[in-house]
Design a protein around this ligand. Sequence first.
Ligand code: HEC
Length: 277
Amino acid sequence: MKASAKKFGFWLAAAVTAACSFTATLVWAQSAANQDPVAEYRAMFGDDNPAELWLTRGKDLWTAPRGPKHVALANTCDLGMGVGVIAGAYAHLPRYFVDSGRVQDLESRLLTCMVVQQGFKQADLVANRFGDGDRKSDLEALAAYLVDASRGVPISLPLDHPQEKRAYALGEAIFYYRAGTHDFSCATCHSQPDKRIRLQRLPDLATPEGAREAYTTWPAYRVSQGEVRTMEWRLGDCFRQQRLPEMTYGSDAAIALTMFLAKNAEGGELAAPGLKR
Ligand code: HEC
């Protein structure tokens, strides 16, 4: 009787100890995640970023003759530094393009090249702008490849052209414009230091530090979606969080907001494709 009670006492003590250390581990893991959930993903993946797969596909899409006109973007598309030049090009986007008469970001510039040079239909490209499982997006793969060619290059946007200045001013106005059912602006969530929603840090995008932290790491592989997403996807998702109508891909509003963020991030070294929640 006594012996079995002792035995029971031993197992109880062991179980309690195990449970405590399990709980302690959980609490530790949660507090580490609280500090920086994205750091956890980085630790999980080490030096690997699944965006590599998009990058490889993007390189093929850039160099192979494609579309009804059967030409390669590498031989026809100008991202602002001359036809086919990709090293550093992303660090100077958005910028004004004479041929389209518009300020363009990477996504809208790719649309122009794929429609004008390769003969694709804009509606088809836009319908397939966001990949999902087996149905991959050419725009996302191209973006991954092209931004990688600017890795380590500091962002520089002199805003020499009046249209570029106008785009920045429009982006700034949109950033502070309150609208939607909750009367939010971008600034409501993104203009204070150390603000969070649940576990996600919200960088102060009006400051150089906050803008650099965010802008230099997009496009990015989204662990939660298993896809590479570009800046236009990021902005569109924040339109949704702000309860605004859906953002039009390649629109002047999307480009202006991108210009506002990119200019605020000036001097920051590009480190994309990044890795995000
Ligand atoms: C209701 C709050 C809210 C509003 C309003 C909002 N955002 Fe966000 N934003 C978030 C959250 C939350 C995240 C992080 C999301 C995630 O990791 O999934 C985020 C992330 C971002 C990021 C990426 C940050 C990074 O470091 O990766 C950018 C850039 C951004 N938002 C821009 C904007 C812009 C521009 C607007 C206005 C059009 C806007 N946001 C409006 C909540 C908001």
